[in-house]
Write a protein that binds this ligand. Structure first.
Ligand code: SF4
Length: 202
């Protein structure tokens, strides 16, 4: 088994190297690549999704398939660049078979890696994409339709649940009140909070 994360893990490079050999849960057996992150480790915004899909497993980068491309467009719609403005990762770093939802045990096994990422990146704002990320990070269960758009505190940070881009691919309507429209409202809210963080305190 992979040794526990130690306080000596002081960089994301150390973390990625340790993750590459991780066998804390059964997902290790079926993976091609451990998918740790993409984006800017100095960003003030972190986005956490569910887990890698096929393309992510092949490339070793999160959110690079169709859902990832939609995510990039959603971020761009509020003038956020996915390479410059966001650090992107997932609840679990190895692909669940058949793209099933990761189990609570798998999420718990992978949680120390995520906690280390959050500590090292130290973002004031975190977007949680989909119900799995909300449950995994905050321990809140429930429909994402009910939870989205409501900021939640986490150890001095603020987390915003939003629809997962995969769900938006299945619900492409842009009509007012649709999941896509609501997500755009949520991302505008994220952008506003980021701008407030940049404003000098009087
Ligand atoms: S999903 Fe996480 S805990 Fe499980 S083997 Fe991969 S890196 Fe380790």
């Amino acid at each position: 088994m992979t040794p526990p994360i130690t306080p000596s893990m002081t960089s994301l490079e150390d973390l990625a190297a340790a993750c590459a050999g991780c066998d804390r849960c059964g997902l290790a057996a079926g993976r091609n690549r451990v998918v740790v992150s993409r984006g800017n480790p100095s960003a003030r915004l972190m986005l956490i999704g569910e887990g890698p899909g096929q393309q992510e497993d092949e490339t070793g980068r999160p959110f690079v398939g169709r859902a990832g491309q939609l995510l990039d467009r959603i971020l761009a719609s509020v003038d956020l660049d996915s390479d410059r403005d966001v650090y992107i990762c997932n609840m679990v770093k190895c692909r669940p078979p058949e793209n099933r939802r990761p189990t609570p045990a798998e999420m718990a096994a992978c949680r120390p890696w995520l906690d280390a990422q959050i500590a090292l990146v130290d973002p004031p704002l975190i977007v949680l994409a989909g119900a799995t990320a909300v449950e995994g990070v905050l321990g809140i269960r429930g429909g994402i339709s009910r939870l989205r758009g409501q900021w939640q505190p986490l150890d001095g940070r603020w987390c915003l649940p939003v629809f997962h881009p995969s769900y938006l691919l299945r619900n492409p309507s842009r009509q007012e009140g649709s999941p896509k429209w609501l997500t755009w409202q949520d991302m505008q809210d994220v952008k506003r909070r980021l701008q407030q963080l940049e404003e000098p305190t009087p």
